[in-house]
Design a protein around this ligand. Structure first.
Ligand SMILES: Nc1ncnc2c1ncn2[C@@H]1O[C@H](COP(=O)(O)OP(=O)(O)OP(=O)(O)O)[C@@H](O)[C@H]1O
Length: 280
């Protein structure tokens, strides 16, 4: 005999689906570089859902790179935890790939473009056929299918950064982390690479976290902009970017809402310098 008075169609408690964890969860992290020193980050919390692009902005020196390095497992946090798919990380997570600003230092000059793209695949111990296929598809995705005999130093800066992006793509990460990825290229190339980033998210449903100093870039790329502020740094504000998709450099940047969002982000950043915690 049932003790509960359930009706047909009722959902029993044991049938309620468990909530799906965020792809990336940053839970109350604090980071000190030396024991007893003032923390750079304190009690910092946010989540990123599958297929989201989140841009992280904040005043210079606030701790953006420190946060990305923590997420990438490149250094341990002092307290709190970082999770991928609900599982705490304890080093560089397998599901993650990184793209840094300085492509000239991240690409190996003595390796051809295809060999550079293949490099991180060694960690996955794939067969030759899959390695070649992933490399081919990644180079095609960044429009460098015909660069297969070239070395990085024979390419322009924008092309080299596309090789770095192809290398990350070939790895097929769940989460792509980008630290000031387009800061060293000219304005037109920057626009092209921003559009490439949007197409990667759309085509691969990849979760992407970008640190940028460029407020317009943050608004153009992001579903959400997270503004860090204060000292130690915390999340000051999260701004939802409700611009329509697909976005294009001409129409999106001309949209009145784009202008208001960039003004909103700028205002928060100018109030978020170290030592100026915002109320609420
Ligand atoms: N390895 C380290 N050891 C000690 N302190 C560090 C280290 N790396 C960064 N810091 C300090 O942490 C603080 C935040 O630096 P971080 O590079 O994360 O800021 P940022 O927001 O990325 O800066 P920027 O916008 O100028 O690139 C700075 O005060 C910096 O001096």
């Amino acid at each position: 005999m049932s003790l509960t008075n359930t009706q047909p169609g009722d959902v029993r408690p044991d049938e309620v689906a468990a909530p799906v964890p965020a792809v990336l969860g940053v839970h109350g992290i604090t980071k000190r570089y030396a024991p007893g020193s003032k923390p750079v980050l304190e009690d910092l919390t946010f989540e990123v859902q599958a297929g989201e692009i989140v841009c992280i902005v904040g005043p210079s020196g606030i701790g953006k790179t420190t946060l990305l390095k923590s997420i990438a497992g490149l250094h341990p946090v002092t307290s709190g935890r970082i999770e991928i798919d609900g599982v705490p990380i304890s080093g560089p997570p397998r599901q993650m790939a990184l793209v840094f600003q300085d492509y000239s230092r991240s690409l190996m000059p003595w390796l051809t473009v295809p060999k550079n793209v293949e490099m991180p695949l060694r960690r996955l111990k794939l067969g030759k056929k899959e390695t070649v296929e992933r490399r081919r598809a990644a180079l095609e995705a960044v429009n460098l299918a015909d660069a297969d005999k070239k070395y990085p130093w024979q390419l322009s800066g924008g092309m080299q950064q596309r090789v770095a992006i192809a290398r990350a793509l070939a790895y097929q990460p769940e989460v792509l982390i980008m630290d000031e990825p387009f800061a060293s290229v000219d304005a037109q190339t920057r626009f092209d690479l921003e559009d490439l980033t949007l197409s990667i998210r759309d085509n691969y449903n990849m979760t992407i976290v970008v640190v940028t100093h460029d407020i317009d870039e943050a608004v153009y790329l992001a579903d959400r902009v997270i503004v860090l502020g204060g000292s130690p740094a915390r999340v000051q504000t999260t701004i939802e970017v409700d611009l329509p998709s697909p976005r294009t450099q001409v129409t999106t940047r001309a949209d009145q809402r784009f202008t208001s969002l960039r003004t909103e982000v700028l205002e928060v950043i100018s109030r978020a310098r170290p030592g100026t915690d915002l109320p609420g």
